[in-house]
Ligand binder design. Structure first.
Ligand SMILES: NC(=O)c1ccc[n+]([C@@H]2O[C@H](COP(=O)([O-])OP(=O)(O)OC[C@H]3O[C@@H](n4cnc5c(N)ncnc54)[C@H](O)[C@@H]3O)[C@@H](O)[C@H]2O)c1
Ligand SMILES: O=C(O)C[C@H](O)C(=O)O
Ligand SMILES: [Mn+2]
Length: 540
């Protein structure tokens, strides 16, 4: 290999840390500054430079340069500053980079760009992108529903890259065995279609049979090419996400983060809250505000848990109310999604059915104890809404988890103040600790990033042939017991600084459940060992 090919390969490059012996054997003599640095010195130098960057976008740009040139150093640094870098590398700053991707473009970051117009290129694309790396984890998006900011076409590739960065930082997934993918199926965003610098297909988004046919060819090709693959779907649109998941989840090891990952983390946050009050889940009344992929996914997870705690399916459904753009969902509506239908109510059961389009009225009528926002409707949880929640129960659970920050239904500070410190709150983006009337409220981050890395680690370590509901349930339960709940203002989810420990716990729970369901195919049968063995560390 030519010397500069090594320096330009982020999986091989050590930069100034190449030892004299390595420089000699790899033909690098004289093409690096003479002083040999340790990784600690490199990290220190890099971090100092990072601190000079004037804003979050510039900071992310700088970190991506390190990512593009030296993955080991990037993850070493990320591990040292996980809480500080999380919102820079990932949500919310990633939303800005996606919106500006074509204009900011400098590097492909080893992603694969699949073109809906060329299904015949799927295999070649995956081969070119993977090279001789053995891919075990793919994150794929078609970018129709990026976070809460909608359709961004090819520019959404950054979410696949970003999700994978968290997989490695949080759970130690070997960065060499991952592949970020975007499927460019066109876009509904006129602003992109009109932009001559837009790097994606300048065409309307494709839906229907041809689209599903492409997805099928992609899945089959990827499965053929990469044995032991775990396939993660991210930010597909509401009309496709559940359809795709339901088609493949009983056939291959696969996962939809928005539907399943979010369900786990929110249920974990509810468990955290109920651990403090001592109340039972089966006594709660749940209001889903925004019944899309995430909203319905979470509702299904919480519903399944209520059933496993003894309620019948029907009794459990009675405890759920789902609100979308139309207001409270009724079963006579003709535009319900398949995932919404089981949660829709009978109009005749409400004397004031005609008024059930307004969130405050709905809350006053159905008296929920849990309110979760996945609506992309900023500011929807008003002071009146929070106060109404407080008159239903002593300690309401209020999780505004729409992303990024500009989509929040309410800030953590607002929920704490308006509820006079009574509400349990968790947000999707990181939130600072809030001091209110002398108590420091630590705010849990109800973001699927807390669990999908561990879930993936468990799937890969156990080589599970499927991801079952039981494994997902085990992941949610494994989040309990990590926080000292006796402290006033304790967070209802483990703080992100502990994500590495959380990931191990989640991974072991998932892998053990896979094993007990007879789905683990790994040679190693001790799942703790399998998890430990798979973990990659950023060291030269
Ligand atoms: N914190 C997390 O881990 C996490 C995970 C997934 C999604 N999310 C966030 O949840 C939001 C939704 O994501 P999604 O993937 O479910 O998208 P989606 O498009 O599938 O769902 C959004 C739903 O909200 C509804 N909606 C829109 N405006 C509304 C309004 N004014 N009132 C009530 N409902 C309204 C839409 O009709 C749709 O059904 C996004 O902001 C996303 O970032 C957060
Ligand atoms: O990406 C995130 O921050 C979480 C989630 O998957 C989302 O779509 O908002
Ligand atoms: Mn998502």
């Amino acid at each position: 290999m030519r010397a500069h090919e090594i320096l330009n390969n982020p999986f091989l490059n050590k930069g100034t840390a190449f030892t004299e012996a390595e420089r000699k054997s790899l033909g690098l003599v004289g093409i690096l500054p003479p002083y040999v640095q340790t990784i600690d010195q490199q990290a220190e130098q890099t971090y100092q430079q990072y601190l000079t960057k004037p804003n979050d976008l510039e900071k992310r740009h700088f970190l991506m340069e390190i990512f593009n040139t030296n993955r080991t150093l990037f993850y070493y640094l990320f591990n040292q500053h996980i809480v500080e870098f999380n919102p820079i590398v990932y949500d919310p700053t990633i939303a800005d980079t996606i919106e500006n991707y074509s204009h900011l473009f400098v590097d492909t970051q080893y992603a694969a760009y699949l073109d809906i117009n060329h299904p015949e290129n799927i295999k070649e694309t995956l081969e070119n992108a993977a090279g001789d790396r053995k891919i075990r984890l793919i994150v794929v998006t078609d970018a129709e529903g990026i976070l809460g900011i909608g359709d961004w076409g090819t520019q959404g590739v950054d979410i696949s890259v970003g999700k994978l960065m968290i997989y490695t930082a949080a759970a130690g997934i070997d960065p060499e065995c991952v592949l970020p993918i975007v499927i460019d199926a066109g876009t509904t965003r006129q602003e992109l279609l009109n932009d001559p610098l837009y790097l994606g297909n300048h065409q309307e988004r494709l839906y229907g049979d041809d689209y599903y046919d492409f997805i099928d060819q992609f899945v089959n090709t990827a499965e053929d090419m990469f044995p032991k693959l775990y396939l993660h779907w991210e930010d597909f649109g509401r009309s496709n996400a559940a359809t795709i998941l339901n088609k493949y989840k009983n056939i291959i090891p696969t996962f939809n983060d928005d539907i399943q990952g979010t369900g786990i983390v929110v249920l974990g946050g509810i468990f955290g809250s109920l651990d403090i009050t001592g109340e039972k889940l089966t006594d709660q009344v749940y209001l889903c505000y925004g019944g899309g992929s995430a909203g319905a996914g979470i509702s299904n997870r919480v519903h399944a848990e209520m059933v496993s705690e003894g309620l019948s399916e029907e009794e459990a459904y009675k405890r759920f109310f789902m609100v979308d753009k139309q207001g409270l969902l009724f079963d006579d509506m003709t535009d319900l999604t398949p995932a919404q239908k089981p949660f829709a109510k009978k109009r005749s059961d409400f004397a004031n059915a005609a008024e059930m389009t307004d969130l405050l009225t709905i809350i006053k009528t159905v008296k929920p104890t849990i309110l979760v926002g996945t609506s992309t409707d900023p500011g929807a949880f008003t002071k009146e809404v929070v106060e109404a929640m407080c008159s239903n129960t002593a300690r309401p659970i209020i999780f505004p988890i729409s992303n990024p920050t500009k989509k929040l239904e309410a800030t953590a500070q607002q929920v704490i103040e308006w509820s006079d410190g009574k509400a349990f709150v968790a947000t999707g983006v990181p939130s600072d600790t809030i001091t209110y009337k002398g108590v420091d409220y630590q705010i849990g981050q109800a973001n699927n990033a807390l669990i999908y890395p561990g879930l993936g680690l468990g799937m890969l370590a156990s080589e599970a042939s499927l991801l079952t509901d039981e494994m997902i349930g085990a992941a949610a339960h494994s989040l309990s017991g990590l926080v000292d709940l006796t402290q006033a203002g304790a967070p209802v989810l483990p703080p992100f600084q502990y994500v590495a420990d959380v990931s191990i716990k989640v991974a072991e729970a998932v892998a053990n459940m896979a094993k007990s369901q007879g789905l683990a195919q790994a040679k190693e049968t001790d799942m703790s060992k399998a998890v430990k063995n798979l973990k990659w560390y950023p060291e030269y």
